[in-house]
Design a protein around this ligand. Structure first.
Ligand SMILES: Nc1ncnc2c1ncn2[C@@H]1O[C@H](COP(=O)(O)OP(=O)(O)OP(=O)(O)O)[C@@H](O)[C@H]1O
Length: 678
């Protein structure tokens, strides 16, 4: 009821303030109520008459003034209201009734006005939602749905037009329904094909059957453009069709932009004109498009197998929910996908595969596992050799997609953050501590001095490198997990098209695979049976504290991103600093939340779900493809040096501490480094 103050807009300050109708109606209703609850109102109600004697109804201009009210006789004045009403003269009564009637009409009119205003505001809200209020993904879905509908309509109209007015002896009789014509078409590959939910008719002279062409992303998106593309130019420019009647001419005119668009696309494809790189769809389906449709932050949730507990229930699948009952309060969390405890590694990866493959087109994708310690983050990310998790499957899928052509160049780096120290897990020799510095915006805001990047040409080598990195990672037995990861591990894969001359324009996709250390209650982490003061116990406590602090910083970053604050506190921890390029504008992030269903873990489960809920509300803006920087360095965890062309050769940034030479080190790191093909 702000009284049209203009909400601080100075341009509105001088305007005459109009009383909002809601305020007017409310004041009148309040006056009415005041009167009803007053002595005269009560009396009138008892008598069953409308206006009480001697009472002026509230005027349309508002409730009676203080003086007017006080001039009315009070209830305890000793007068008998009944007798007063009885002695009132009929003309006076009529006058009052008329006044009440006028007021009633006025209120009804104002209510009507209010209703209209509400409708208007709802419309406005709808417009605003389309403009700014909805989430990025909602807007894209709305936009694409509209686009799709328009295309469907134009497609079906065009198809009908062609069937009615197209040349050749097989032109369909306008009276024959489309379905009948479809069944009359000759059998075999020229008869009918169903694609993207849309049938394409084949007519001999029209040659409406699709010619072989490279698969288009829209096919797997279910976009019905396939058939539009398959209309040959000659069919539309043919001189054969008889002149369409006036109504169809109008229709054709209205469709002409879409027709020329379709012909343009067809020409670009048929004549061999190259679409610009931005226009090109992915060669392996439509992971980029799909990704945009699904939203650039997605939150999936996987339940750890274990004793089922009545306090956590789920509705698995897409848009699934997890319902918790904690401290007598029931909460329902909706996520983009919920995997039940018996979900296989393959099922989980299937949902992530489009994101992974979009890296080949230059998108920056970050997949991170989050959750309480012991809930299966490492199991999901790495998995046992007999049942590999996301990372090995992602690498396999990428290499499979890249094929044997050697068009792509893959660069790998791996770091861990242990007690806020960043260590290079793939440095030749023993893991080296590296320094994280502020970098330019082109480097994603950070620079990791001394980080080793490896050119990895084969999947086998890549897997070897990863197991080397994994074995270098800090783990320890805790009360919650026998092999608890005590650090956050970040694997970064940069993919560039190598067969083209390197330089600007070469798509540089990045895949970050982040296995976060588990959040844990400090008292749980420390209780490993060791006496207080024990070194191990103190170490576990310290690790738990730094892990929790960095996860808290991650929460702070997510909150700032969600609220679109101008300052995002990426510098609050090493974890958030390193994740800055992965959570920057245009990136795609998938959070895999791992939760436990054990009753004793319920508090942590609820905390994790709340975190996931907040992450799900973050918007990173539409996914953007990246191009390799001129220097050819990876787009994340950047160094200033050029990558060497030698496969599997480490490259280090300037200013890095001197790494031990391969032959001066010892242990597993050296063994694997030496075994790498050169
Ligand atoms: N879906 C699953 N199927 C079978 N076993 C699982 C599953 N999830 C987790 N586990 C088992 O649970 C144990 C703990 O898992 P894991 O080490 O992956 O947890 P974590 O969340 O990474 O813990 P931390 O944060 O302490 O490193 C392991 O023995 C793992 O094999």
């Amino acid at each position: 009821l702000g009284g049209g103050e203009g909400y601080g807009n100075p341009s509105e300050a001088g305007k005459t303030v109009e009383t909002p109708p809601l305020l007017t109606v409310t004041s009148q209703l309040l006056a009415l109520l005041a009167w009803i609850w007053g002595p005269r109102g009560r009396q009138a109600l008892l008598q069953g008459t409308q206006p009480a004697a001697g009472v002026q109804p509230p005027t349309p201009d508002g409730p009676p003034s203080q003086e007017e009210s006080s001039s009315y006789p009070a209830a305890d004045s000793g007068e008998a209201p009944r007798s007063e009403a009885q002695v009132r003269q009929p003309p006076q009564l009529e006058e009052e009734q008329r006044a009440w009637h006028r007021l009633e009409q006025l209120i009804l009119g104002q209510l009507e006005e209010l209703k209209l205003q509400l409708e208007h505001q709802e419309e406005e809200l709808g417009r605003l939602r389309l403009g700014v209020g909805a989430t990025d993904s909602e807007k894209r879905v709305q936009h694409l749905t509209l686009e799709n509908e328009a295309l469907k309509q134009s497609l079906s109209l065009m198809r009908d037009l062609l069937l009615h007015w197209g040349p050749g002896p097989h032109s369909r009789d306008p009276q024959v329904p489309l379905s009948a014509a479809t069944t009359q078409a000759p059998p075999g590959p020229h008869a009918k094909r169903s694609q993207g939910g849309c049938d394409v008719l084949v007519h001999g002279p029209l040659r409406l059957h699709p010619r072989p062409r490279r698969p288009h992303a829209t096919e797997s998106c279910g976009w019905p453009l396939w058939s539009v593309y398959s209309v040959p130019c000659s069919a539309l420019s043919s001189t054969r069709p008889p002149a369409p009647p006036a109504a169809l001419s109008v229709l054709l005119t209205s469709l002409s932009p879409q027709v020329s668009w379709a012909l343009g696309a067809l020409a670009a494809e048929g004549i061999g004109t190259q679409l610009s790189e931005e226009q090109q769809e992915p060669t392996m389906g439509c992971p980029g498009r799909l990704l945009e449709l699904k939203g650039n932050i997605r939150v999936l949730c996987r339940l750890r197998p274990g004793t089922p507990c009545g306090l956590v229930s789920t509705e698995p699948g897409p848009g699934g929910t997890v319902t918790t009952c904690y401290r007598g309060r029931q909460r329902r969390f909706r996520l983009d996908w919920v995997f039940p405890p018996d979900a296989s590694q393959e099922e989980v990866f299937r949902e992530l595969q489009p994101a992974v493959l979009s890296c080949l087109r230059g998108y920056s994708v970050c997949i991170f596992t989050y959750g309480q310690t012991g809930t299966g983050k490492t199991y999901s990310m790495e998995g046992p050799p007999e049942d590999p998790g996301i990372a090995p499957r992602a690498l396999q899928s990428l290499f499979q997609e890249m094929g044997a052509g050697g068009r792509h160049r893959v660069t790998l780096s791996m770091v861990e953050i242990y007690n806020e120290a960043v260590r290079d897990l793939l440095a030749p020799g023993t893991p080296q501590r590296v320094a994280v510095r502020q970098g330019s915006a082109g480097q994603g805001g950070i620079q990791v001095a001394g980080l080793t990047h490896w050119d990895v040409p084969h999947l086998e080598t890549l897997n070897q490198m990863l197991s080397l990195g994994r074995s270098n990672r800090a783990t320890a037995a805790t009360a919650m997990n026998q092999h608890s990861s005590r650090s956050h591990a970040l694997v970064t894969l940069t993919l560039r098209v190598a067969s083209l001359p390197l330089g600007p324009g070469t798509a540089a996709g990045t895949l970050h695979l982040v296995d976060l250390a588990g959040s844990e209650r400090a008292w749980k982490a420390g209780s490993i049976g060791a006496p207080p003061g024990d070194k191990d116990r103190a170490r576990r406590l310290r690790e738990a504290r730094t892990i929790n602090r960095s996860l808290l910083a991650l929460g702070g970053v997510m909150a700032a991103l969600r609220a679109r604050r101008p300052h995002v506190p990426f510098r609050d921890s090493q974890l958030t600093r390193l994740l800055q390029p992965a959570l920057g504008p245009g990136a795609t992030a998938v959070l895999l939340l791992q939760i436990s269903t054990r009753p004793e873990d319920l508090g942590e489960t609820v905390c994790s779900l709340k975190f996931a809920e907040r992450v799900g509300q973050v918007e990173l803006g539409p996914a953007r493809r990246r191009r390799a920087p001129r220097s050819g360095t990876p787009s994340s965890f950047s160094t200033d040096t050029q990558l060497t062309e030698t496969p599997c050769t480490p490259t280090q940034s300037p200013g890095s501490p001197q790494s031990p030479l391969p032959d001066s080190g010892s242990g597993l790191a050296l063994a694997v480094a030496e075994s790498l093909p050169r």
